[in-house]
Design a protein around this ligand. Structure first.
Ligand code: 4AD
Ligand code: MG
Length: 463
């Protein structure tokens, strides 16, 4: 053991402190990994009076200096023989809400400021970080340029009207302490839109795709990675009002290139965490979802299944399953259908469904030659359902204009988007991946609210 005899300084938070007749065992964690460092303290060490006075309790922050020695315990190979213990911040044990016995995730959501101190949230946060790092690494290594798309926008990329409005608050200092009291309203009591974003309506973005397309039409392959917002009132384990999205946009590319990129990306980031987050992944495998490591290895090693929407509908109809929602060509697939396809029909393999009816997809998707379907694709994974939504974009000006007309969307609002088709248009394609759904898939954590540090969903915007 190479570090034996080394003198170390550890700063962190006490997990447990067990005082025994001859020695005291202190478990400390600084969040750098899952394992605690066991520190063994005898009564002659400096700072032992703090132990005697009962100050070294769970949650306390301390600095410990000691020597690495081999451990007699079975749980760890080495431990720290304490020379000095310094108390940095006290923690009242009768008030500290994190106790040794496991708390429910629902309870931990009410203390989102302290839950990162638990094993589960420490591990999820480190794996989330590794997935973000691997995301940039993948795209940078493949020549993509990272673009920051705006958070405030006037356009509704998905055309679904699920946007949050931006309102300018004019704080009348002296008249009111709370700027919310001064939301400008009309005589009728409605919000005065003319006051919105300096006189124009504006929203929080639902997707950075349209902006990414403008840069792909100049720099070739680009990607965004930033927060997006949806005002859908979905209280499910897969929906957030604020989530992060990764949106690559490939120039001179079609739907097949798009699907190949999505597959390579997913395999790359999953392989990265299997190789670089071993301790945390073992923890998920034991405590969160048994078998997750083997399932993720399959993702890396096996091809993804591909089928058309029409074939997916046939497969669902043939299954003779009693689904809650109807299955019929032209209707969107619901989460129960998606889960059946990936979990039951294809035994847990990721599945890409392509060529959806144009009526159930967004205006910008490229129309296929059959006139009924568009070059869209959704990537489905077990437990989570839709992880990725993407498409080849309509690069033909006349097709795009008539689609906007059909959907009664204003061509004037999309003048800049149409310009891309007027000046040097190229075939291009891209997709969006919900980052928290990826974290769910990669850790086995059941609820998306536990895959992001501070979840925003209906009724929760504290902290
Ligand atoms: O399928 P969506 O709506 O596609 C788009 O926004 C495209 N503009 C993307 C693109 O082509 N650049 O969303 C993409 C992904 C979904 O597959 C899902 O993983 C995630 O974003 N997503 C959500 N994640 C959490 N909470 C929500 N409310 C989500 N809505 C979508
Ligand atoms: Mg979608």
């Amino acid at each position: 053991m190479d570090r034996l005899g080394e003198v170390l300084v550890v700063r962190g938070w006490i997990r447990t402190c067990r005082v025994q007749s001859t020695v005291t065992f202190i478990e400390i964690n600084d969040g750098s990994c899952l394992s605690n460092m066991q520190c063994v303290m005898s009564s002659d060490a400096e700072g032992y009076d703090l132990v005697e006075s009962g100050f070294i309790t769970t949650g306390t922050s301390v600095l410990i200096e000691g020597t690495v020695v081999s451990s007699q315990g079975s749980k760890q190979k080495v431990e720290l023989k304490v020379a000095t213990l310094i108390l940095i911040g006290k923690s009242d044990p009768s008030a500290y809400p994190i106790q040794k016995k496991r708390a429910t995730r629902e309870f931990l959501r009410t203390i989102a400021h302290l839950r990162p101190r638990t094993n589960t949230f420490g591990a999820v946060t480190r794996v989330r970080n590794a997935l973000a790092y691997a995301t940039h690494k993948f795209f940078q290594e493949n020549g993509f340029v990272w673009i920051s798309s705006p958070i405030i926008t006037a356009s509704d990329c998905e055309g679904a009207g699920e946007q949050f409005c931006v309102t300018t608050l004019i704080s009348n200092a002296g008249e009111s302490d709370c700027p919310l009291n001064s939301i400008p309203t009309t005589m009728e009591g409605n919000v005065d839109w003319s006051q919105d974003f300096f006189g124009k309506p504006a929203f929080l973005t639902v997707s950075g795709q349209l902006n990414a397309e403008t840069y792909a039409s100049a720099l070739s392959d680009v990607y965004t990675f930033g927060p997006t917002f949806r005002a859908e009132n979905s209280n499910t384990a897969r929906h957030l009002a604020e989530f992060w999205m990764i949106e690559p946009e490939l120039a001179f590319a079609d739907l097949n290139d798009d699907m190949a990129c999505a597959t390579a990306y997913l395999q790359y980031v999953v392989k990265y965490i299997l190789e670089n987050c071993k301790e945390d992944m073992d923890f998920f495998n034991t405590w969160i979802e048994k078998g997750i490591i083997n399932r993720l290895k399959d993702v890396v090693e096996k091809d993804f299944i591909q089928l058309t929407y029409s074939d997916a509908v046939k497969l669902l109809l043939k299954s003779k399953r009693k689904f809650e929602f109807p299955v019929k060509w032209g209707l969107d697939l619901q989460s129960e259908h998606e889960r059946y396809i990936t979990e039951i029909a294809f035994g847990g393999r990721p599945v890409i469904i392509r060529d959806y009816p144009k009526e159930i997809k967004a205006f910008y998707m490229r129309q296929n030659d059959d006139g009924k379907t568009v070059a869209a694709m959704d990537l489905l994974v077990p437990r989570v359902g839709e992880l990725i939504g993407g498409s080849q974009r309509e690069e033909r000006l006349d097709y795009l204009e008539s689609r906007l007309d059909e959907l009664k969307l204003s061509k004037d609002s999309y003048w800049w988007y149409l310009d891309l088709r007027r000046f040097g248009s190229v075939p291009h394609a891209g997709f969006g991946l919900g980052f928290e759904r990826l974290v769910q898939f990669a850790t086995g954590i059941e609820n998306i609210r536990d895959a992001i540090p501070f979840p925003r969903s209906p009724g929760s915007a504290d902290f």
